[in-house]
Design a protein around this ligand. Structure first.
Ligand code: FAD
Length: 388
């Protein structure tokens, strides 16, 4: 996005990427449906960035969700709003949009240097040149008037963003908050009994609660723990609890449309003498995987008293040991600290060098907020460079 904006303003632009083809993570993001942005009102939209909302606001003002949708439409990929308010390209995928975008960059004269690993600055040149390792293993040096670092976080390293830049920047005295997984699954020490029967199954229409905040959806039981939208949405809260206590407490509400009183009433109404507890729970609308989780939480000794059973249905406790590993996370928290850049995202320590995208220290939930901030920071810096 920086390259497009600066090249359209008449600058000569080169892109260097360590992968053989550009936008690998963008392509990966489109595999399950490319959720490019969100349609909610802009104030609510900006709030999704939590404590970093004020820092990202200038970029989001410069290039917001409507601008992004127009940009995609200009590239031949109209967008539509899904039932949840999320915005997707008509094709649902990244590839048509990426192809059209690369054609446009080519027409603008942007030169793409693939298989060039960025190694840092050329030590002898006082930050006036950068060094790269090309595909033959040769180190090459290039001079630029302006450089923009857009090296991503460190999730899914096989698609290119491996976070190797963290130590390079730290060596220059630039403060970088540790990269940690976000929008990721959690690790729960399930018994083999649970995973044998239920790994891979969603808990339909549940509410996942952490520290008093509840998110509805269909969490999925995996071999390692839990995955899915309502789990990802708690990433920040979970990380903070784990950092403070060494673990996090999560509860699952298996009947989120009923309060405890109605749940207990339903249990009493549907109780029959000869029914097993599992059949009784099944008749009350608890799925087999839900019953499995209740058994897991009680060491397989389910209460038989409707009050206690009702309480359990409304808050099945889970102990989360850790977040899932970063290499399978959707995004990263941490990155270049905001104190290290000026209002235009230029590094204070190194002149004429900017940072955009996931490299900066912000996080947001899934829903299109990640790509929107990445595009917005790119356009914001592109416009600044173009004006200079
Ligand atoms: C499975 C998955 C699904 C996702 N789905 C969505 C979604 O639907 N909606 C959404 O908003 N977001 C989604 N995301 C997140 C989104 O893809 C990222 O936030 C976004 O791609 C980050 O953009 P970026 O330009 O900052 O970094 P990246 O897209 O990671 O690009 C960084 C580039 O820098 C290159 N690079 C890194 N280090 C070096 C180096 N040393 N030398 C040279 N090149 C280097 C990499 O090869 C890479 O091409 C998803 C992510 C994943 C993993």
């Amino acid at each position: 996005m920086v390259a497009e904006t600066a090249a359209a303003a008449g600058h000569s632009v080169s892109i260097f990427d360590q992968r053989r083809s550009p936008g690998r993570k963008f392509v990966l993001a489109g595999r399950g449906g490319l959720n490019i942005t969100h349609s909610e009102p802009i104030d609510a939209f900006v709030d999704r960035y939590g404590p970093e909302a004020t820092l990202l606001k200038a970029a989001l003002d410069c290039f917001g969700p409507d601008d992004l949708r127009k940009w995609a439409a200009d590239l031949g990929e109209s967008t539509f709003v899904g039932s949840s308010g999320r915005v997707f390209p008509e094709s649902f995928r990244s590839v048509p949009l990426l192809r059209a975008w690369l054609r446009r960059l080519d027409e603008l004269g942007v030169v793409f240097h693939s298989s060039h690993e960025w190694l840092g600055w050329d030590g002898d040149r006082q930050h006036k040149a950068m060094t790269f390792r090309d595909s033959s293993g040769t180190e090459v040096s290039h001079d630029f008037d302006v450089a923009v670092l857009a090296l991503g976080g460190s999730s899914w390293p096989k698609v290119g963003s491996d976070g190797s830049w963290v130590e390079t920047l730290r060596a220059e005295g630039i403060e970088v908050a540790d990269l940690s997984p976000t929008n990721c699954g959690v690790v729960v020490a399930w018994t083999a009994h649970l995973t044998d029967r239920f790994a891979g199954q969603p808990v339909k229409n549940a509410a996942v609660s952490v520290a008093g905040t509840s998110v509805r959806g269909d969490p999925i039981v995996t071999m390692a723990g839990l995955e899915g939208g309502p789990v990802y949405a708690h990433s920040r809260r979970l990380r903070e609890q784990i950092e403070a206590d060494g673990f996090a407490e999560v509860t699952l509400d298996l009947l989120p449309d009923l309060d405890v009183g109605d749940t207990v009433r339903r249990l009493v109404e549907r109780r029959k003498k000869k029914r097993s507890t599992s059949t009784w729970l099944d008749r009350c609308g608890i799925s087999p995987v839900g019953i499995g989780l209740m058994r897991e939480a009680t060491a397989n000794v389910l209460p038989t008293d409707p009050d206690a059973l009702g309480e359990l249905i409304k808050a099945v406790p889970l102990r989360v040991e850790s977040l899932a590993p970063i290499d399978r996370a959707i995004s990263c928290a941490g990155g270049v600290c905001w104190s290290q850049v000026d209002d235009h995202l230029a590094l204070n320590a190194i002149s004429d060098t900017y940072v955009v995208g996931e490299m900066l220290d912000w996080e947001a939930p899934t829903g299109g907020y990640l790509l929107q901030a990445v595009f917005s920071t790119g356009r914001y810096v592109g416009e600044k460079i173009s004006l200079d």
